[in-house]
Design a protein around this ligand. Sequence first.
Ligand code: ADE
Ligand code: ZN
Length: 348
Amino acid sequence: MSPALPAIPRDRLPALLRAMPKAELHIHIEGSLEPELIFELARRNQVTLPYASVEALRAAYAFSDLQSFLDIYYAGASVLLKEADFFAMAWAYFERAAADNVVHAELFFDPQTHTARGVAMRDIVVGLAHACRRAHAEFGISAKLILCFLRHLSEAEAMATLEAALPYREHFIGVGLDSSELGHPPEKFAQVFARCRALGLHRVAHAGEEGPPAYIESALDRLQVERIDHGVRCLESPALVQRLARERMPLTVCPLSNVKLCVFPSLAEHNLKALLDAGLCATVNSDDPAYFGGYINDNFVQTFAALPALDASHAHQLALNSFEASFAPAADKLRWQAQLDAAFATAA
Ligand code: ADE
Ligand code: ZN
């Protein structure tokens, strides 16, 4: 149990948001690929990009919805060919995460994006896992991998991807579901998720980002997920909100992503405070930081600036929620909670 929170003056809130330990639970590692690294890998791997320069690529980062982003995101990922490329991408993320005081990260990766181009599953998983081990050794970040199935592809293709990944089972802790949400409801993947459950894999799914509350219910009932990625549209269904609160089902919310993909018109209109007020286990995450204008601390600082009703107690709750919602061992969660309380005591 945390002691009573010390009073924190509002002007110290941004520094505290940056300094507090936190877990990142919703980061697509391919979405951390900065334009500079995209061009560097394109040069090394002799991949031709449909953009003339880093500036031209960045200028294309104006999205109208999820699909308009995904088209560019998959084009950016086309430069990843070798084990060393996957290592370099993840290592660049961990350097940013360490600077943001991330103590635990669960990274999504999309193998089908790469195997479709002839990249070996081994090179993807081993390159990412190497970076995870080094992040632990150098930064003390506990880092885990979650393999995501692309929902615009078939369940049979997801099943084949799972089989191809099983020789590397020790390197990932769970599975997720991402890509184009509308028209691809969770139940499309009920059988592959049932197999993952039987294999002892953790299960999460994107739902309620652009899709309706029924998609969140389907992820819970048909996929038996342990977390919902995004889930912000749950507020449209009071019965669903009650259920999510009762079951303490975590939501991995990504405020900057939601604004960039036009889920909300602005950060000032984001529903993060309403989610917390409803008693939900909401967390703050970056989603695709290279594309959405910021890493996890940018998400915290900009969201708190835009929503003045959020105060230090909300910051503490969000960090605590991130530990609770993680798939980390209980002893690690207790240690991070003590570090969190120490950060608040120092800031007071
Ligand atoms: N893949 C990468 N980012 C995503 C997002 N925000 N929603 C669905 N799929 C994604
Ligand atoms: Zn996402």
